[in-house]
Design a protein around this ligand. Sequence first.
Ligand code: HPA
Ligand SMILES: [Zn+2]
Length: 338
Amino acid sequence: MTSSEALLDLAMKMPKAELHLHIEGTFEPEQMFAIAQRNQVVLKYNSVEELKEAYQFENLQDFLDLYYQGMSVLLKEQDFYDLTMAYLKRVHEDNVVHVEIFFDPQGHLSRGVSFETQIKGIYGALKDAERDLGITFKLIMSFLRHLDEASAFETLELAKPFLEWIDGVGLDSSEVGHPPVKFENVFRECKALGLPVTAHAGEEGPPEYVWQALDVIGVDRIDHGNRALEDEDLIATIKHKGLTLTVCPLSNLKLCVVDTLEDHPIRTMLRYGLNATVNSDDPAYFGGYMNDNFAALVKDTGISKDELYALACNAFEGSWLDSKSKQQHLMTLKSLFA
Ligand code: HPA
Ligand SMILES: [Zn+2]
């Protein structure tokens, strides 16, 4: 085996934590068509092939338009269960042992699907996969930032009977024009409820939005964070606070956040001492799950064994697992990389 084959092998085999994953973004076209048919919903596309051909995006909004269309076939608890279970079985093959997944309640509430229907399906699959596949999990409710803060507050009210199942809150959807400050009050209430907070920031939005995520919202983690690298003081602050960045290489490529993976900033982030991690974001739309993301980094960025180790450790360290579980995963990684 050449050294790059050995590195790829290690990357595929190592235990992984995924911290940035939208469950609605795991909707594979085949499953989408099957659920559409059983719910008697007609999709805009005539075939799986036609749908897949539409997966060409110039920016985040191009993708989001398709993402909201795709999720519109999810109507019943079983649909949410099947979607989530398919993802968990798929990443089990990639040696993912812990997941922290987002769901977008407002994307379903607007279509008349109750909060209870959504969360019972998703949580049911997470619990079953924990028992059957040994994958531990956290569930993160994400607010859609293109909607107003009142809608986020209404969603939080609906979530209150299920707070035992909700491990944190996030902020996603169209970034530019919807800065974190728009949601200052609702995140203050979330924090008062004891919920950890993360937010998408600096994917397409300017460094100012990342500052707001830190200073106004007080995030515990940053999703993406690419454009933070444009501001030296911001880099220093993220480093000083020890915040984790949930970076998504293939997503960034598909949404034209980077032109090529060779240009991807993840190694620069590590060089600056930032806690970057590797994640798949919306794998059904972006061409790959966790191992595809790691394989692309190994093949296209010249990543070293030390960098791979740092990325793997950062994911467990930045997770919302208890410290004992973190230590166990870190020990496993240490012996694997020794
Ligand atoms: O990458 C993303 N960015 C913002 N919103 C999203 N919703 C799903 N995926 C994304
Ligand atoms: Zn995302």
